[in-house]
Design a protein around this ligand. Structure first.
Ligand code: GTP
Ligand code: ZN
Length: 192
């Protein structure tokens, strides 16, 4: 990862920037333990910002399954775009199939795809729902995320234990009161 900075006559590598940042904050980078810290820091951030590639495999809904399909406990690991600190939690993803059903593992992969990189929880939640709605041509998609933001539990407000809950509903989940109720009942049932 190269970061261009017009203030420099050449392009500094992300590693050099990391070393500069840590040194400016007073971290001694001249010990056996910290010598490779800038490199590790860049790799760690790259890991958090790079989603794994996958195919969104779907199958024909031959049985005409029309009820809700829901998955609980999908891990959410993302970076708050305001502080570049992690926020982590779990997602519930549900959809009402029409002509296609999705490979179940793909729900977790879609969450990872949008969670990778700087985010806000509201946008993440909405992106997952909109993407699945469009790709599956589902009758409805519901997403609920519960997450802890390190930027407000470890520092700043220092409010450990706070959990932020966001939801995004499309199609029948948004427009039909019964479907919406069913989504929320199922989403809260899986609460851990
Ligand atoms: N809406 C939303 N806000 C977020 C999210 N992640 C972090 N934030 C908030 O972004 C805000 C940034 O506010 P600032 O006042 O600029 O930052 P700050 O001075 O570090 O504020 P404190 O965190 O209150 O110490 C904070 O209130 C964070 O809690 C998110 O996913 N969604
Ligand atoms: Zn933050």
């Amino acid at each position: 990862m190269k970061l261009a900075n017009p203030a420099y006559s050449r392009t500094l590598s992300a590693e050099e920037h990391a070393a500069g940042l840590l040194a400016a904050l007073g971290v001694d980078l001249d010990t056996e333990s910290t010598r490779r810290t800038p490199e590790r820091m860049v790799h760690a951030l790259q890991e958090l910002m790079t989603p794994r590639a996958f195919n969104l495999t779907t199958f024909p809904n031959l049985e005409g399954y029309t009820e809700l399909v829901a998955q609980h406990g999908i891990p959410v690991v993302s970076l708050c775009e305001h502080h570049a600190l992690p926020f982590t939690g779990q997602a519930v993803v549900a959809y009402l199939p029409d002509e296609r059903i999705v490979g179940l593992s793909k729900l977790a992969r879609v969450v990872e795809m949008f969670a990778s990189g700087p985010q806000v929880q509201e946008r993440l939640t909405k992106q997952i729902a909109s993407y699945l709605h469009d790709q599956l041509k589902a009758r409805g998609v519901g997403v609920m995320i519960r997450a802890e933001h390190m930027c407000m539990t470890l520092r700043g407000a220092q409010a450990p234990g706070t959990i932020t809950l966001t939801t995004s509903l499309t199609g029948e989940f948004r427009d039909d009161a019964r479907s919406r109720q069913e989504f929320f009942a199922i989403a809260h049932e899986g609460r851990r």
